[in-house]
Design a protein around this ligand. Structure first.
Ligand SMILES: *[C@@H]1O[C@H](CO)[C@@H](O)[C@H](O)[C@H]1NC(C)=O
Ligand SMILES: *[C@@H]1O[C@H](CO)[C@@H](O)[C@H](O)[C@H]1NC(C)=O
Ligand SMILES: *[C@@H]1O[C@H](CO)[C@@H](O)[C@H](O)[C@H]1NC(C)=O
Length: 214
């Protein structure tokens, strides 16, 4: 009798272990797939070995106790290339630090899937295109620094719903339109918006509440 009761719980344990392994593998696969389209002249990503069970021993990657990736720290690493949609698969990520590299191309919409993000630092790259509206899904986000890139378009009004946001910097880009006045935006200083030649001062209340072409 006792053996019969043990068996199902043992099976449960095995399947739980298997699913957690495959989940961490999928995060390793996502990171390795990202690596394949990056140029890494100073071999910062050398330890990213896809044959390992999970990416938790790789340099610049930090995991929680469940072996899920919660930090990616690649600031000032001389890396160039596109940010792929793969990053959107790191569901437990809290800190995405990719500042001061040579990343180019657009910011992937998929970063909006990283619902646990607290800090998103992409400043000091060559990123172009618009700030994804999908960032409005990042309800835990406290730090969003996109300054010193080549971003265009307007500041998505949906970002005014980010009530956790404490630091926002889009200075030194090529943004247009007006600065939002709702949500956390009154808290941000003018320095956060400077050197965007087509970005005008705070919008007049009630006049241009939505995104508009500019
Ligand atoms: C980046 O490149 C510069 C110049 O080649 C070098 O001095 C620096 O150490 C590199 N940084 C890293 C993190 O490898
Ligand atoms: C303004 O921003 C652009 C784009 O990032 C940059 O190239 C330029 O050096 C900045 N100008 C100043 C005065 O900081
Ligand atoms: C503005 O900042 C203060 C202090 O950090 C914070 O308590 C407040 O909630 C912020 N306001 C908004 C609208 O985010």
């Amino acid at each position: 009798m006792a053996q019969l009761r043990v068996l199902p719980s043992l099976l449960l344990l095995i399947s739980a272990a298997a699913s957690s392994t495959s989940a961490t593998n999928s995060e390793g696969e996502a990171l390795h797939s990202l690596r394949t389209h990056l140029s890494d002249p100073t071999n910062v990503l050398q330890s990213w070995d896809p044959t390992l069970v999970n990416p938790c021993t790789w340099f610049h990657v930090t995991c929680n106790t469940q072996n899920r990736v919660i930090r990616l720290d690649l600031g000032s690493s001389n890396i160039s290339g596109n940010l792929g949609p793969e990053l959107g698969r790191l569901k437990h990520l809290m800190y995405l630090e990719l500042y001061r590299n040579n990343f180019d191309g657009k910011i992937p919409e998929e970063l909006g899937n990283l619902k646990n993000l607290i800090s998103l630092d992409l400043f000091g790259n060559k990123l172009e295109g618009e700030i994804p509206k999908s960032f409005s899904k990042l309800k835990k986000l406290r730090f969003l620094r996109l300054n010193n890139n080549r971003l265009t378009g307007s500041i998505p009004r949906a970002l005014t719903t980010l009530s956790s946001l404490r630091v926002f910097d889009v200075s030194n880009n090529d943004l247009c339109g007006t600065i939002p006045i709702n949500g956390p935006f009154p808290n941000f200083s003018v320095q956060s918006f400077e050197n965007n030649s087509k970005l005008n001062g705070p919008e007049l209340q009630g006049l241009v509440p939505y995104d508009f072409g500019c």
